[in-house]
Design a protein around this ligand. Structure first.
Ligand code: AMP
Length: 117
């Protein structure tokens, strides 16, 4: 059972602004956007808490998240100016929801990233 917030969104138990869905991937707007466009891409059918839990036979799933984000960026006219995709793993990266997800950030020049200061 996926008891995370994202599991509840997948099961439509809580609302989200869904922008893309296929058999494997669900994408919705981040509730606290860190850029003009901030969309989360998550696997729908399997619960993988962190990237560290990803198994070799699940590699295709991460590819699907990346491809869905790239396709969304292209469709929304964001690809030419560019965008960033990010996956946070555990505490030092600030992961707060333990169901793997890919952040798509776009819509303006983005700051650099690195250690906290
Ligand atoms: P992370 O910090 O990498 O685990 O990312 C989790 C993201 O989920 C954060 O950017 C949150 O703003 C976002 N988030 C949390 N709850 C919701 C929600 N109910 N709907 C949409 N995004 C959410």
């Amino acid at each position: 059972m996926n008891d995370t917030i994202f599991g509840k969104i997948i099961r439509r138990e809580i609302p989200a602004t869904i922008v893309y869905e296929d058999e494997h991937v669900l994408a919705f707007k981040d509730i606290a956007p860190q850029a003009p466009v901030h969309v989360l891409f998550i696997p729908k059918q399997v619960h993988i808490p962190t990237l560290d839990d990803l198994k070799p036979d699940q590699a295709e799933l991460v590819g699907r998240l990346v491809l869905a984000a790239a396709e969304y960026a292209r469709k929304e006219g964001l690809a030419e100016d560019g965008y960033r995709v990010v996956m946070n793993c555990r505490d030092h990266a600030g992961q707060t929801v333990y169901h793997i997800h890919l952040h798509l950030l776009a819509g303006a020049p983005l700051g650099r990233f690195g250690t906290a200061h």
